[in-house]
Ligand binder design. Structure first.
Ligand SMILES: CC(=O)SCCNC(=O)CCNC(=O)[C@H](O)C(C)(C)COP(=O)(O)OP(=O)(O)OC[C@H]1O[C@@H](n2cnc3c(N)ncnc32)[C@H](O)[C@@H]1OP(=O)(O)O
Ligand SMILES: O=C([O-])CC(=O)C(=O)O
Length: 380
């Protein structure tokens, strides 16, 4: 098949490749549901653990189901000694996303049932990964700062425990709430690039750890999850909200990509941004973060005026995580702590109705030709 004979949909834009029952992204109404529930309602009424349960099991848990789910999550948080030793030997120059990628790969190597793709076995592994990822991120953060590891506290919920393991303290409720809202909003988003990567790996009948390892690699890039870090680097480069409008116009004039804006599916605003912005504003008011709020508003206003392009979820999470006190290279790893739920739900869904994912390509290279004889090919 030659390039001139077919319509190419670069980046698979607009191509529907399969069905999913996990989430529905509705571009026409700027809305998003997980298993039928509007994401803003989940963010207002649930903790992250309830949303993880929903994504995996299809329904919100009752009190007993939630209690047992939380007990299992809390019991799985600790890392093996060999894992701590392995991660502790990684060079400081590697990005924390490399640490996570290595950790999940090593977790797969440690698990004798890694090849068992039964849905119940994979749900156990998914919960294990969800429980251990924050421990890895916090350990990596403290190690890079020369600080001792703080073990997980089984008395604390998922969000609070992460702050405890990073900073040795749990902050005020607005901050924990803002963090929890970000986890709920990041959890799942249909066939985004990293989830699709996980489904491609799964479609070959590979194992869940291999699929998640690959998904981490896909999320790391700045056109996808890496944008939340890039947003904060951009805001620090701008420095002062007064400069934001001119900075943005200059960036557009030189065709620079403005991080945290635009989306492959949403062309009139990301369904999750209003909820995240509200949580960011509530926390910023407590943390004297007015400068970042003003810069946020100036960039948003100018980008809509100049290009009609709206912020995506990585735009409010960047300054929100910064105000929470996290180092910038931890922002995308935090995204992983949440998206592990969506990825693994898709891996299980893919296995249940599998077909090898293998699209076609149209050839655009040299015309067919004859291999020259060695004497003429290698002469001179
Ligand atoms: C959680 C997430 O992963 S959300 C996405 C996070 N990524 C980012 O924030 C990175 C910045 N954004 C982008 O690069 C893009 O908007 C993407 C990759 C997210 C979506 O890209 P696409 O759907 O391929 O949109 P596409 O690149 O075709 O954009 C259409 C037009 O808008 C422009 N555009 C889109 N986003 C931006 C942006 N952030 N800054 C400047 N221009 C932009 C494009 O340059 C293009 O202009 P042109 O027609 O003059 O060439
Ligand atoms: O859907 C996408 O392409 C990217 C995104 O917003 C996400 O993964 O949350």
């Amino acid at each position: 098949m030659n390039a001139q004979d077919v319509e190419i949909r670069k980046g698979l834009a607009g191509v529907v490749v399969d069905t999913t029952a996990i989430s529905k992204v509705m571009e026409e109404s700027n809305s998003l549901t997980y298993r039928g529930y509007p994401v803003q309602d989940l963010a207002a009424n649930c903790c992250f653990e309830e949303v993880a349960y929903l994504i995996w099991h299809g329904d919100l848990p009752n009190a007993d189901q939630l209690r047992r789910f939380m007990e299992r999550e809390r019991a799985q948080r600790e890392l093996s000694r060999s894992m701590i030793s392995l991660l502790g030997r990684l060079p400081d120059s590697c990005h924390p996303m490399d640490t996570l990628r290595t950790a999940i790969s090593a977790l797969g190597a440690e698990d004798p049932s890694s090849e068992n793709n039964d849905p119940r076995a994979n749900l156990v592994k998914a919960l294990t990964m969800m429980a251990k990822l924050p421990t890895v991120v916090a350990f990596d953060y403290r190690r890079r700062r020369g600080l001792d590891r703080i073990p997980p506290d089984p008395a604390l919920g998922f969000a609070e425990n992460f702050f405890h393991m990073c900073f040795g303290a749990v902050p005020e409720p607005e901050t924990v709430r803002c963090f929890e809202v970000s986890l709920i909003l990041y959890a799942e988003h249909s066939f985004n690039a990293s989830t699709f990567t996980a489904r491609v790996v799964t479609s070959t009948l590979s194992d869940i750890y291999s699929a998640v390892t690959a998904a981490i690699g896909a999320l790391k890039g700045s056109l996808h999850g890496g944008a939340n870090e890039a947003v904060m680097h951009m805001m620090l480069e701008i420095g002062d909200p007064i400069r934001a409008g001119d900075w943005l116009r200059d960036a557009l004039a030189t065709r620079r990509k403005v991080m945290g804006f635009g989306h492959r599916v949403y062309k009139h605003g990301d369904s999750r941004v209003p909820t995240m912005k509200q949580a960011f504003l509530a926390m910023a008011a407590k943390k004297h973060g007015q400068k970042w709020v003003e810069m946020y508003d100036a960039l948003e206003r100018t980008m809509i005026e100049e290009k009609g392009i709206h912020p995506n979820l990585d735009f409010p999470t960047g300054p929100a995580y910064y105000l929470m006190g996290f180092d910038i290279p931890m922002f995308t790893p935090i995204f992983v702590m949440s998206r592990i739920t969506g990825w693994t739900a898709h891996i299980i869904e893919q296995i249940e109705s599998n077909s090898l994912i293998r699209p076609l390509s149209a050839y655009s290279g040299a015309e067919q030709r004859t291999v020259p004889a060695p004497a003429s090919r290698l002469a001179g």
